[in-house]
Each structure stands twice: as structure tokens, then as C-alpha cells.
Design a protein around this ligand. Sequence first.
Ligand code: PEP
Length: 254
Amino acid sequence: MRIPFVAGNWKMNKTVAEARDLVSKMSAQLRQVPNVEKVFCPPFTALPALSAMLEGSDIGLGAQNMHWEEKGAFTGEFAPGMVKEFCNYVIIGHSERRAYFGETDENVNRKLRAALKFDLTPIVCVGETLDQYESGLTSEVVRRQISAGLAGTDSAFGARLVVAYEPVWAIGTGKASSAGNANEVLAQVIRPALSDLFGVETAQTIRILYGGSVTAANASEFFTQPEIDGALVGGASLKADEFIGIIKAAAHTQ
Ligand code: PEP
């Protein structure tokens, strides 16, 4: 039994005051939804304020990125220990980091190991670009991202992982993958790749999310698929009613 997991990736949106306002609009309703692991991933600047607001609640906080080194001359970066001061989760390898900031599978792997060392739950993102999708390369690309990104991870840590399948062509475009297509990638590619790394039993316990234009209106289609355990949500996580609707859909389709 995998507990549904829904995380909101706010990307580079919301000042501290705006972040407080959004969380205060959502937190009372979200607290009333049991059995869904719920996480906000705001910008770094909002983490201290939101961690104070959410203390004692069942809503978690995640960072959108971090460096793998524990400290040093890495201007503009945040170390795992700094993230851990406010968060229990961290998004690793988001396609925007891969596309705009040169994130490689090797760096994803370094960050993943650092996250596990610091007792953070990593949300590792994988997914093919439109070109790769149209060239029939989805399986190859996603399999490589999983095997290289997660290589060398102790299987004892495997169960703590969360993997997000986010086809790049579906992110922020309003053109979600069909739920059946996403489920097939999880069933045919991602869970088998996780089984190769961690064994079948551990792979069955790992939550795999879908991400890419999820809304309150289409969330149930995804959550009723057998392999999809939740969602990583971008745009819709910035709208209180939408994000609450998605979390409620996750609770109803268990
Ligand atoms: C994302 O950025 O991870 C994402 C899924 O974005 P959106 O929901 O806006 O497509």
C-alpha cells in the first residue's frame, strides 16, 4: 500500500508575503485531508517563514534544488544541511534544471546521495523531451535517467525515494499526457528499472508520481491509474482551489 503523495512546485514564484498568503488560504483545508502526503516546494526565500507557519501540521516543505557538497565556495548554492534546517523533501533533477542549468544525470546522482545522507526525501524527476517522445525514445531516455541518476543507492534507502515522471512536453503547456500513456511508462519502464536497482519488493514500495499540466479537473484520471501514486504539480499549485482539489482527488482515489 503506497500512500498518495502530492507536491506543489512553486518554481520562481511568490515573495515571502505572497507565500504566506497562499499557505494561509490552503492550510486549514489541507489539514483536513487525511492519508495524503502533502508537500509545498516554495522558493528558498520563503522556507523559513513557511516552516514556522506549518510547524506541527502534516504538510511538509521541500526545496526545489540543492548542491551536493556540505559547504564551500559555491556562490549562490544551498547545501543539504541548510535545506534540512527547513525541509524534509527536495526536488532533484527537475527538467527545467536539466534544460536551463546544465543538470546532468551525474549531478542528479550526487544530489540524491547527499539528500539521503541528510535524511531528506528526494523527489527525483525524469522524463523525455518532445523530440525524444516523437522519436520513440521515451523508454531509453527514462531508463537511462533512472539507472544513472539512482546508481549506487543503497537499497535500504530505496523505499524512501519518490520518483516523478514528468514528460517535458507536458510541463507548463496545458497538454497533459494521457493518463493511460503515463501509467504505461511507469509500469513498463520506471518500476522495472527500480526493480533492477533495488529488487522487486522495494520497487513496489516506491511512490511514482506523474507531473505535467495536472489540474483539479484531470487529477482523478491520473490517480485512478494503478501505477500512479500522486502528482508533482507546477502551475496549479499556485492556485489555492486547484491545489486543494488535486489533494482531495488523491484522497478520494486511494
Ligand atoms: C512541474 O514543473 O513539475 C510541473 C509539472 O509543472 P506544470 O504542472 O505547470 O505542468
